[in-house]
Design a protein around this ligand. Sequence first.
Ligand code: DSN
Length: 468
Amino acid sequence: MSVDPWNAGMNTPLEVEDPEIYKLIQQEKYRQYSGLELIASENFTSQAVMEANGSPLTNKYSEGLPGARYYGGNEYIDQVENLARKRALEAFNLNPEEWGVNVQPYSGSTANFAALTAMIQPHERIMGLDLPSGGHLTHGYQTSKKKISSTSIYFESMPYQVDPKTGLIDLDRLEENAKLFRPRILICGASAYPREWDYARFRKVADQHGAYLMCDMAHISGLIAGQEADSPFKYCDVVTTTTHKTLRGPRAGLIFFRRNKDAKVEKGEDLESRVNQAVFPSTQGGPHNNTIAAVAVALKQAASPEFKQYAKQVIANSRALAAKLISHGYKIQTDGSDNHLILWDLRPLKLTGSKVERICDEVAITLNKNSVCGDVSAVTPGGVRLGTAALTSRSFKEEDFVKVGEFLHRVVQIALRVQEKAGTKLIKDFVAALQGDAEAAQLKKEVEAFATSFPFPGFDVKGLTPNH
Ligand code: DSN
């Protein structure tokens, strides 16, 4: 059968149709496989999740909710979204009489903005953990010069912080400041906080001001689903999460809301209706149905007994890595970790996070620079953030993380030597001095040999090479 010219290529595999993009995908696969992935917000999702994510569900518009769409043809899409909603509640052991969930947010930032939009009016007040203390941009981040996040542009924000001496959230100061600021929403949850949350205390503070308590559990939602971290659901009114960090799904967001929160208000004005309206039509258009299907798959996996074992191992690995770094005399914020992440304070070594991140990139270790408590500038943070979720998905155990700690120790030795050679503190001189460094090249070889000796989930790594 002849093909119309405008349809040429529509049934051609990617490799043939667009070799440039195909090659870049292959190279990125090799990078993921051959390196040590320590970014605390990343993970490796499963083959089943990726199949659903790459499915023809991407072709469908379905604005609205199951059973009440603005477009026809949603018979199967409704079933997919209903399954995702049911599984989301099951994964977190929630009673559907008490909790509902919207599974349409495109990601964590949009979920958070929609959640705030649902609960309060523009210019009402929010309190979240300050970004340099480990909070997320969307918890109201602003600097003294500029309102950075839309959550500080459209709402009035006052942060709470960690105690610069202990690295722990200063709850007494939070409570004191809340008495002056009188927030309408108190936000708990963070992007870089290695310890458990005292949700009961947060609830107490919220109640002193008749405020909503919202938790952004994005980083630890997999640990909560695996019942290896305290659950915020007992205390919160709204809980948001991304689905691709410790939860190990595709990139997306969820908003859980209490069904009985505003029992006395008129139908259509209750929290459930407001959350659903805030997602669509207030802040989003058509849901990404392929992603919602992939989220449903990930949530099924997260409810399994094996996932509980995974969550347990993630934490055991994090503790093993923290202990290894401490054994080398390094400073870890809060001196350890209760979850999947570690904040490594490099300031006692007179190194910056940017330099260590740069060398790690050179030797196939991926992590990110991060503020540590007491940092004055967010532009040149004094530490790095490490996470164990991704490598645990590659079957790394405690002893493997001890080896990762050894590699990181060698990175620091190289960084100190290169900094000395550079002669200045400037990153450009540091990068120049790193060029052609034989010790870094040797370390990269060893890191890659180590990383490629582990299994890789989600896709076939056979035949992958650095160039294709
Ligand atoms: N960018 C994510 C993180 O790294 O924590 C949060 O959105």
